[in-house]
Write a protein that binds this ligand. Structure first.
Ligand code: SAM
Ligand code: SF4
Ligand code: SF4
Length: 335
């Protein structure tokens, strides 16, 4: 069964945020001034259980989803995540289960997650210089810990690994060629991400965005690269390869070159709200119906309704007024 939204976009990817907590305080995502001791994270009882998450995931598959991505907050902060991976891997029709992580705890968990059925990981790493990295994660975790996590994941077969770097102008843009160089020839793919205006707490300004064209230019100062065709419909990164055959990079230009026309992603917040756009504000509660006794068919129908009503194309309309605000936080919905 498949389903299309009002713009003819099918549902293909299902992103599951398993927690709104994180062991980092990346300044562009969970600034310490806001996410401090007084911040109220979701109470445990509000989180969907693994059984509940799996039921929602099954309903997404019934509507056409083929790929899952676990995210957060930091997904590795959720205890026994491997059990959820195992349950998701048992759903018939799922081709791929990925996870986006800051990798601080990845060395410890990579093997058991692979064993449970995880297909691959995407690791966020915003700098290769330790000082710059620590000033961005704001909790003192060092680059080597993340690199060890990447190696551990690659060693158990969770690669090739995508490395996500969010670029903030004048903060870590000098790291672009360094990060590219570090991973060139390793088989891992660095993807440079334009800093986005998600959430309501990071104080985003267009002036902080280094546009995709400028990111490319920084790499071209060092290497010759050429474009690669997209691998599939809805691929968010524009792909490039080094002409000398030493690998590939990607650029995710959601600010300057939006890709809403191909957006096939449905997102589930940790407390069971469905979002059809990263820039949503309310979401649709599915936990209530589940806990009130909805059947699996009921869940499919609720989700079908949500998708069929979908009109989102926030990034294409960014400059218009009347856009939803406050928007859901990235640390809640997970990217
Ligand atoms: N904690 C995990 C991590 O960092 O990989 C998963 C959740 S995190 C919210 C998912 C991704 O969103 C990360 O790659 C992060 O760098 C990215 N992200 C967070 N805030 C962003 C922003 N304002 N603009 C662009 N990307 C952002
Ligand atoms: Fe945590 Fe990921 Fe947000 Fe950084 S980007 S604060 S690691 S959720
Ligand atoms: Fe998809 Fe919304 Fe991002 Fe557009 S702005 S690509 S609709 S998540």
């Amino acid at each position: 069964m498949s389903v299309e939204d009002t713009l003819g976009r099918p549902l293909r990817d299902f992103r599951i945020s398993v927690t709104d907590r994180c062991n980092f305080r990346c300044t562009y995502c969970m600034p310490k001034e806001v996410f401090n001791r007084d911040y109220e994270f979701l109470p445990r009882a509000d989180l969907l259980t693994f059984e509940e998450l799996t039921r929602v995931a099954k309903a997404a598959v019934a509507l056409g989803a083929e790929k899952f991505r676990l995210t957060g907050g930091e997904p590795l902060m959720r205890r026994h995540l491997d059990r959820l991976v195992g349950q998701l891997a048992d759903i018939e029709g799922v081709a791929d289960i990925a996870m986006t992580t800051n990798a601080a705890l990845l060395s410890k968990h990579a093997a058991v997650l692979k064993e449970a059925g995880l297909s691959r990981v995407t690791v966020s790493l915003d700098a290769i210089d330790n000082e710059v990295f620590q000033s961005m994660n704001d909790v003192g975790v060092d680059v080597q810990t993340v690199l060890d996590g990447i190696d551990a994941a690659a060693n158990v077969g969770l690669g090739p690994i995508k490395i996500n770097m969010v670029v903030k102008k004048d903060i870590n843009d000098q790291e672009i060629p360094k990060l590219a160089e570090h991973f060139r020839g390793t088989g891992h793919i660095v993807r440079f991400i334009e800093y986005m205006d998600v959430g309501a707490t990071n104080g985003w300004r267009m002036n902080d965005v280094l546009a995709a064209g400028e990111i490319l230019a920084r790499i071209e100062e060092h290497h010759e690269i050429e474009p690669v065709d997209p691998g599939y419909r809805g691929e968010v990164a524009s792909r490039y390869r080094y002409k000398d055959g030493s690998g590939e990079i990607g650029i995710i230009a959601s600010v300057t070159k939006p890709f809403c026309g191909d957006c096939t992603r449905l997102r589930l917040g940790a407390d069971g709200r469905l979002f059809t756009c990263l820039f949503g504000s309310e979401g649709t509660d599915i936990r209530g119906p589940i806990r009130d006794g909805a059947t699996d068919d009921d869940l499919v129908e609720i989700m079908r309704g949500v998708w069929e009503a979908r009109t989102d194309r926030y990034s294409e309309k960014r400059t218009e007024s009347n856009l939803p605000f406050p928007r859901v936080e990235m640390s809640y919905i997970g990217g």
